[in-house]
Design a protein around this ligand. Structure first.
Ligand code: 30K
Length: 551
């Protein structure tokens, strides 16, 4: 069923009352020290100042790929935690409801060298003054935090979005709900493209609402770029139409290196299109399956760090994703990961994993936190649970979480306190981080900021990734249909190998003439090596599991 014609064919929408974005200019360095820079710029004169926001993008000179983006309501910014004696490049653009303006030319500012000189009397006085001021501020902060904690206790659902702490100035995203006609909301946050600029080439995959094409976009006066084109199939239902527009509206408000970028939409012609950046390596789950064991732990952690950065940004904008999973992450040629699939945050009509139906939509059970399944409490903390599952998917190169257990069995096992076992050769600190994401109590789960910082720390100290998580058969998930039986809880070697995620060796066992569970009880590391199980991590996992049968 298609939507009513009068709703989809608005004549012309003219946006009124909003100032157009302008170029930002005249930068002044107002303050600097060895770890921060404060910069102001000329606020362009606007008819309505309240609708202007600034976007600052900055990076260390020569490190363009590792930039940070901040959104501000005032024409000034303080960049903190910078390296001493280092040049930073910064560009700013204004954003109004009509969209972002052009970026200013890059401005270079340098932090001061670390202050190591001899202390003069004046400096000592300022230090004492500074210390006293600091103590005063600290006390103030403590009192403030206590008050906040009190408030939080009184309202247990507070802190549900991650839109908390120091980043309150970030603007929450705007949803389509307030618009009588969603096509209008789309106009506010996206750019309607002329179809003549868009060329569709070949189908690269299935979207929720229709095929996704690779193609190109040639905007007047700009270079031609490769894009992905999501189409809305001609047989769309009302809710598909709504979700399609919703995804574009949401995506159009985000601007972050780890969020899939919207180039524009075509809503005035059929098929409707959402045009986004092209991601050369496609979806993360298939990419990892096709490249099993080809990446180092540091590479895998860098991918996860990117996803955590994107999720930090989303949670700071009050956006709860609800379907964070490796299938919804896209990968560039340089292995940068970006979060996608935004229209789905309410209803997962077409996700094959959205199988468990409750009032108001389907839920991808294996990725979803228990409180979200049971009570539909979707928050940034439930997104953190899903992030833990994505970590597990990445470290196991695209395995299916909980293997062939049914959704009912998954829910029951989680309730009984079981969690996914560590993937093969998984660094133990990463498994610890996953398990913290799977705390039953959502308040105890880490925030995305903390996850991102931890992963960054692991990347800069890769020796931390060396110890590998032990496979402990006592906390390993066993198929509930088998657990509880005495002795060996598996009926066959394939079933056992699958449960310890070693099914790749089924044929090795068969070739060695091992075909009953009893026949494996006395295996040694040497036997395994001879059978072709050469990785020490894999030998350890198999032997540990066998040991578990004997205890
Ligand atoms: O380049 C691409 N840019 C995209 C932007 C792609 C996909 C989306 N949205 C989809 C994300 C996954 N989700 C699953 C439920 C459906 C919507 C947005 C995209 C893809 C791609 C297209 C469809 C599904 C998954 C990914 C892409 N696939 C590729 C395959 C590819 N890019 C590049 C190479 C490739 O080789 C096999």
């Amino acid at each position: 069923m298609g939507p009513a014609p009068q709703r989809t064919a608005p004549a012309v929408w003219v946006a009124v009352g909003h100032a157009a974005p302008v170029t930002v200019s005249q930068f002044i360095l107002t303050q600097r020290d060895d770890s921060s820079l404060s910069v102001s710029w000329l606020a362009p004169r606007q008819r309505s100042r309240t609708s202007v926001e600034y976007e600052v993008m900055f990076f260390e000179k020569g490190e363009e790929a590792r930039y940070t983006v901040k959104h501000l309501l005032e024409p000034n910014v303080t960049l903190r935690d910078l390296q001493p004696d280092t040049a930073y490049l910064l560009r700013v653009r204004s954003i109004t409801p009509l969209g972002p303006g052009p970026y200013s030319p890059e401005q270079e500012f340098r932090t001061l060298p670390p202050d190591t000189g001899a202390l003069s009397g004046g400096v000592i006085v300022s230090i004492i003054f500074g210390v006293l001021l600091f103590i005063g501020l600290l006390l103030g902060l403590l009192i403030f935090r206590r008050k906040q904690a009190h408030r939080r206790q009184a309202r247990p659902d507070y802190n549900t979005s991650g839109f908390d702490r120091e980043k309150v100035w970030l603007k929450p995203y705007v949803d389509l709900q307030p618009y009588d006609d969603p096509s209008r909301g789309v106009l506010e946050f996206t750019k309607e493209l002329d179809v003549s600029c868009v060329t569709m080439e070949n189908v690269i995959g299935e979207g929720e609402f229709g095929e996704v094409y690779r193609g190109s976009l040639r905007l007047p006066g700009k270079e031609c770029i490769v894009v992905a084109i999501k189409t809305l199939k001609s047989t769309y239902s009302d809710s598909q139409w709504w979700n399609f527009l919703r995804e574009a509206t949401i995506m159009g408000q985000f601007n972050h290196p780890n969020i899939v970028r919207l180039e524009g939409v075509v809503t005035k012609r059929r098929p409707m299109m959402i045009i986004t950046e092209y991601m050369e390596n496609g979806a993360l789950d298939t990419f990892l399956r096709e490249n099993e064991a080809k990446f180092s732990p540091v590479q895998l952690v860098s991918m996860l760090q990117g996803i955590a950065s994107g999720m930090t940004y989303l949670s700071e904008h009050n956006y709860v994703h609800r379907d964070l999973a490796a299938r919804n992450i896209l990968v560039t040629h340089s292995l940068q990961c970006k979060v996608s699939d935004f229209g789905l945050s309410r209803i997962l009509e077409n996700d094959a994993e959205g199988t468990y139906e409750t009032k108001g939509g389907k839920i991808p059970i294996r990725w979803t936190a228990p409180e979200a399944i049971a009570h539909r409490i979707f928050t940034s903390a439930s997104d953190v649970w899903s992030f833990g599952i994505v970590m597990w998917e990445v470290l196991s190169f695209g395995d299916k979480p909980y293997g062939n257990m049914t959704n009912q069995e998954v829910m029951k096992s989680l309730e009984d306190g079981y969690r996914l076992p560590p993937p093969v050769d998984c660094p133990s600190i990463l498994y610890e981080l996953m398990k913290s994401c799977w705390s039953h109590d959502r308040i105890r789960r880490p925030h995305f900021q903390e996850i991102r910082a931890q992963l960054q720390h692991f990347i800069s100290s890769p020796q931390l990734l060396r110890p590998v998580a032990d496979f402990d058969p006592r906390v390993t998930l066993r198929l509930p249909s088998c657990s509880g039986s005495d002795g060996i809880p598996y009926r066959s070697i394939p079933e056992w190998l699958e449960s310890i995620r070693m099914k790749r060796y089924i044929s090795n066992f068969r070739t060695a003439g091992l075909d009953t569970m009893e026949s494996i009880l006395e295996l040694t590391a040497e036997d395994l090596k001879q059978m072709g199980v050469s990785l020490p991590g894999h030998q350890k996992r198999i032997l540990c599991s066998i040991q578990g049968f004997k205890e």
